[in-house]
Design a protein around this ligand. Structure first.
Ligand code: PEP
Length: 244
């Protein structure tokens, strides 16, 4: 598994259910990986797993990531992709617990914990997503929700050396709305300093990040990088965020 402490910033692209072979060829040309400026930043491109083979060996110095993995290792689970298969296909990171998987596909904190254990067992770095809904934020429940999500979905054998946490307020994903910089730093500080066994984990912010706001968000003391959805589908936009 990759030691993540050596990186200054971690910048994850989440393509979600987007892409095609044609798209990938154009993306790689525009991204021009060899011209990325800051080698201390860790760039991770999370694509649909059917396209991994089109990216393997062509992303260096960036890494390949998945968007979910099965709770199961093998067997009669039609449509699933196991952590072992992700590893076999050269995937080094994997997003788990994304709010779209939690809300649309009913994944629980307990599911996310099993997935994280499967990934760790296969030497894949988990990127565990957490975050509150707008209603929860309005009821001042953000810290309670996050505390519960982290306590239940981060496995006991996780360490800050190889597990990443992404704080993604659900109301900020794909909406163009983001919390104030102060709010982001405050929540990240809470996660880093006030949750037992999670001290000093790398914490990414996700939710409507683009090349205009990435740098001020990443400059915050308690932010270690960003998870980018929509904007990461534009290679030049992702490159600007990587270089910001
Ligand atoms: C995401 O997919 O996790 C995300 C943060 O999306 P967006 O950047 O489009 O808000």
């Amino acid at each position: 598994m990759l030691e993540i402490n050596k990186f200054d910033r971690i910048i994850v692209a989440n393509w979600k259910l987007n892409g095609s072979i044609h798209f990938i060829e154009q993306y790689l040309q525009e991204l021009n990986c060899s011209k990325l400026e800051n080698s201390n930043n860790c760039g991770i491109i999370c694509t649909p797993s059917v396209y991994f083979h089109k990216l393997v060996g062509r992303l260096n110095p960036l890494f390949l990531g998945g968007q979910d993995c099965s709770n199961y290792s093998e067997g009669a689970y039609t449509g699933e992709v196991s952590a072992t298969m992700l590893k076999d296909a050269s995937c080094q990171f994997c997003i788990i617990g994304h709010s779209e998987r939690r809300q649309i596909f009913g994944q629980s904190n307990e599911d996310v914990c099993i997935k994280a254990m499967n990934l760790i067992a296969n030497n894949i770095n988990p990127i565990i997503c957490i975050g509150e809904t707008f209603e929860e934020k309005n009821q001042n429940l953000t810290k309670d929700i996050i505390y519960t999500q982290i306590s239940k979905s981060v496995p006991k054998n996780a360490t800050k050396d190889f597990v990443i946490i992404a704080y993604e307020p659900i109301w900020a994903i794909g909406t163009g709305k983001i919390p104030s910089l102060e709010e982001i730093d405050n929540i990240h500080s809470f996660i880093k300093n006030e949750i037992q066994n999670i001290e000093n984990y790398k914490i990414l912010y996700g939710g409507s990040v683009n090349s205009n706001n990435a740098s001020e968000i990443m400059d915050l003391k308690n932010v270690d990088g960003v998870l980018v959805g929509g904007a990461s589908l534009d290679a030049l936009e992702y490159k600007k965020i990587m270089n910001s």
